[in-house]
Design a protein around this ligand. Sequence first.
Ligand SMILES: Nc1ncnc2c1ncn2[C@@H]1O[C@H](COP(=O)(O)OP(=O)(O)O)[C@@H](O)[C@H]1O
Ligand SMILES: O=C(CO)[C@@H](O)[C@H](O)COP(=O)(O)O
Length: 501
Amino acid sequence: MGKKKKGGGKHMLKVIAIDEQLRVIYEDNVHFDKDLPEFKTQGGVYIHGDRLTITSPVLMWVKALDLILEKMKSLGFNFSQVRALSGAGQQHGSVYWKKGSVQILKNPSSELPLHQSLKACFSVSNSPIWMDSSTASQCSALEKAVGGAQHLASITGSRAYERFTGNQIAKIYSQNPEVYMETERISLVSSFAASLFLGAYAPIDYSDGSGMNLLQIWKKVWSVSCLDACAPGLEEKLGCPVPSHSVLGPISPYYSQRYGFSPDCKIVAFTGDNPGEMIKCVRFSENDYISLGTSDTLFLWIQEPTPALEGHILCNPVDSQTYMALLCFKNGSLMRERIRDDCASGSWDEFSKALSSTVAGNNGNLGFYFDVMEITPEAVGIHRFNRDNQKVSDFPKEVEIRALIEGQFMAKRIHAEKLGYKVMPRTRILATGGASHNKKILQVLSDVFNAPVYTIDTANSACLGSAYRAIHGKTFVDQAGLSGQTKQKVYSSKEDQRGWR
Ligand SMILES: Nc1ncnc2c1ncn2[C@@H]1O[C@H](COP(=O)(O)OP(=O)(O)O)[C@@H](O)[C@H]1O
Ligand SMILES: O=C(CO)[C@@H](O)[C@H](O)COP(=O)(O)O
């Protein structure tokens, strides 16, 4: 069974149950705004007056869990059959447990919904989440304390980001030291949800822990210099990080008494939504995954990462010896749509025809297209260069279309390679999102990466990934046949078409 504290956003809690054949046998969700209107959130969050501070009420998450379990019970779901349970939560968000709360967490009354027992357990009632960008000063201080942005990236996999948990904790400590002192444990959203099932503070897993600017990703221990730069006594409040597939222990007796779970049901470490999605999409083999949705996101399997100022390196949730790179490009589909409207009369068919009528390499014509400030790299504007490397102000329409698509994919490959990514003979790219319906676009992707491209279905990815990890954690991976994957090979690179390399 897998649970996830978001879903195509951060606005719902989802549940999926799978059987031994990995078939989905139950699926449901609780929508925070609609099903829990008493919290008055919008999209599951509160946007504060400064427009920078963004939080979610922690008790809303607990109440959502009560609601979804009650719903399953009333529909006759057989909890006693659940052998293992895991989950994924939006990355970076943090939960602050008040001193003494562990006793309540250990032993809540099975007569009451959990949110009633836990209502006084949180020293911060509104949890900072990944959308928050109010910690610019803490980010500069952290980079300065450890010797610069690149040095921080070399330790933790990322330079300082405002949403990353260490900077959020530093802000709470500097603004409310008494609240920080009153806190006995700090959880990520993922380890918080795991704690609710475990009836004890669940450890943070390596993969989600890599989104904090605090974990030394090589030795997989907290970095003392980062901890010290954020707040005093932090190590104790975080607990020891663990591998993402760790079995944390049996489910809390509360769930056996209230819902009929077997006392043998195991809780497998929860992780972040992006690592969870990686697990679902690549399953347990070394694939790379590109989501071509509103924005373009790359999830890459990396053996020897070289953290850079752009992009994130996280510990790999599937294989603790390797890493995953996460790269996000804001100018994805909306940029493609704009060029489609300008150069192909708003028609994807015409856009595709332009790609077919031009040659790979675009006769040396190249462009960078950023209608909005890009994340990777931080740049804006449209920049075109001809075969003589001269800046030009426009291209013929079909050259423009190819320059856009080749430019977008070359940027992805170059930024990925900066992070240590290597295209290998075994490289396979799994593509998803709206633009993955366009085979001409996928052909360019395949040519640029010189690797075969497959399309995959990613509905409920992070949630399903959690359910797979529940099985993975219980180590009956082989019996369950987790190496299979429903996907469709759509395009081969030119080299691949000549035979298997
Ligand atoms: N045939 C197509 N060719 C290229 N892009 C497409 C095509 N069909 C849809 N898209 C793009 O897919 C985008 C939506 O992708 P989707 O994965 O649904 O987005 P989201 O990230 O919001 O989930 C649209 O913005 C659209 O530009
Ligand atoms: O900040 C990040 C990744 O670094 C986000 O991906 C969060 O993990 C939540 O994302 P969505 O709910 O929008 O997918």
